[in-house]
Design a binder for this molecule. Structure first.
Ligand SMILES: NC(=O)C1=CN([C@@H]2O[C@H](COP(=O)(O)OP(=O)(O)OC[C@H]3O[C@@H](n4cnc5c(N)ncnc54)[C@H](O)[C@@H]3O)[C@@H](O)[C@H]2O)[C@@H](O)CC1
Ligand SMILES: Nc1ncnc2c1ncn2[C@@H]1O[C@H](COP(=O)(O)OP(=O)(O)OP(=O)(O)O)[C@@H](O)[C@H]1O
Ligand SMILES: [Mg+2]
Length: 367
């Protein structure tokens, strides 16, 4: 009996050793650490105490479908992104804005990407205005940059929010032009959601967003790591994730940051909120793009709602960028959950986009 027990203990120990040295196991442990998946009870409790009632926020800020309203009042969004490599990301972001309920959705992309993005959907207004270095001779760079800016400026004042970065690429000439567009948007007080390669640009040029309360950064695990290293000169701290996020947002002058992960954490340097609505175990590319388009619309609605709120309403004291992040995160996660219940392992980003309407309808019915 005793011998049997000893050999079982030895067998278990051997199994643990084999498991711990297996590359698959080590990769899983690495990923758990990367996405902040600490199982520490105190961490879980701390996160639970930050959880917000996202459904009430969505109900409060979603505008009624009022017959007196005209086209554009429910939101006019522009995505700056789309290059030779990436045409899916700007499409996902822009179409998600429409499916949430914006009236108009534009894409400003490179001349190469435009015909491709136009062919995905006639709903989007696609402007082939950006250029990458390979298409522009050194001697023409300055005149092309002025032309790009003039093209975007013609439209800028009409937009309720810009999304900068989905599928933008990292070409230096293109990023210089986009920096100028961001400066103009900032002068005009237009909110800017920054994602993907827009975060690469901003991390290396923090002055573009520093101190701009209408800027929202939506980093994934890698983008967050780069931001923390650059701004706080430290590594990501998953043990005290809310405190580190708060410091980061404060250090960049009160921008709002949505740190994507197992739970989405949101901070504007004053408060930290968490959205842990059940989402999906599928991690197909493009979900962050749905999020950026959704946040842009909800942020615009939150601003409108706050402007129109009467003096007794306590929503007037809330930050619209934080409200937009909470609502966008909760809707994306609910849509991802719905899509997964239908499509399981074959769930792709398009399936999640198809569930955005039902997800919002369940929370805030159209009539
Ligand atoms: N269909 C498309 O056109 C898409 C284009 N995208 C664009 O692609 C560009 C680069 O974005 P990326 O998200 O790839 O850049 P990242 O710097 O986040 O990712 C680079 C690498 O990190 C890995 N990685 C990503 N998330 C991870 C996680 N949670 N844990 C461990 N490793 C992880 C990825 O597999 C990839 O190899 C952006 O412009 C983005 O907008 C993406 O939005 C996805 C969809
Ligand atoms: N580990 C996770 N568990 C549950 N949900 C997650 C997890 N990681 C991310 N998400 C959800 O997916 C959304 C997109 O996050 P993700 O990290 O995939 O962004 P991304 O890498 O920028 O995506 P994209 O492929 O569009 O660039 C987040 O808002 C979050 O709600
Ligand atoms: Mg992304």
């Amino acid at each position: 009996m005793r011998d049997g027990m000893n050999s079982r203990i030895l067998l278990d120990a051997a199994k643990s050793c084999i498991l711990a040295s297996s590359p698959v196991f080590r990769r899983q442990q690495f990923l758990i650490r990367c996405v902040g998946g600490s199982t520490d009870q105190r961490d879980m409790q701390a996160l639970r105490s930050l959880e917000v009632d996202s459904q009430s926020i969505i109900r409060a800020i979603t505008p009624a479908l009022d017959p007196t309203r005209h086209k554009g009042q429910a939101g006019n969004i522009a995505v700056i992104g789309g290059c030779r490599e990436y045409t899916g990301a700007p499409y996902f972001s822009a179409i998600s804005a429409l499916k949430i309920g914006a009236d108009l959705s534009h894409v400003f992309c490179t001349t190469d990407a435009a015909p491709v993005i136009k062919s995905y959907s006639p709903e989007l207004i696609v402007h082939p205005v950006l250029e990458e270095s390979y298409n522009v001779g050194e001697e023409h760079k300055s005149s092309i940059a002025s032309k790009v800016l003039a093209e975007v400026d013609k439209w800028l004042e009409r937009f309720d929010c810009l999304v900068v970065g989905p599928g933008l690429g990292r070409d230096p000439f293109l990023l210089d032009c986009v920096s100028e567009i961001m400066r103009h948007a900032r002068q005009s007080n237009i909110p800017i959601v920054i994602d993907g390669d827009g975060l690469f640009l901003v991390t290396n040029n923090l002055e573009l967003v520093s101190g701009y309360a209408l800027a929202v950064l939506t980093p994934n695990v890698n983008e967050y790591k780069r931001l923390v290293q650059k701004v706080l000169s430290s590594e990501v701290n998953d043990i005290d994730a809310p405190q580190q996020l708060l410091s980061l947002a404060k250090q960049i002058g009160g921008v709002t940051i949505l740190r994507k992960g197992n739970s989405d954490l949101i901070s504007d340097g004053d408060t930290v909120k968490s959205v842990s609505v059940y989402g999906s175990p599928r991690r197909c590319g493009g979900q962050g793009d749905i999020l950026s388009g959704s946040v842009a619309v909800f942020l615009s609605w939150a601003r409108q709602h706050i402007l129109a709120a009467d003096s007794n309403s306590n929503i007037r004291f809330k930050n619209p960028t934080v409200l937009g992040c909470i609502a966008g995160s909760a809707i994306l996660r609910k849509a991802a959950s719905l899509a997964f219940s239908n499509k399981k392992r074959s769930t792709v980003t398009g399936d999640i986009i198809e569930c955005l309407g039902k997800s919002l309808e369940d929370i805030s019915p159209a009539s």
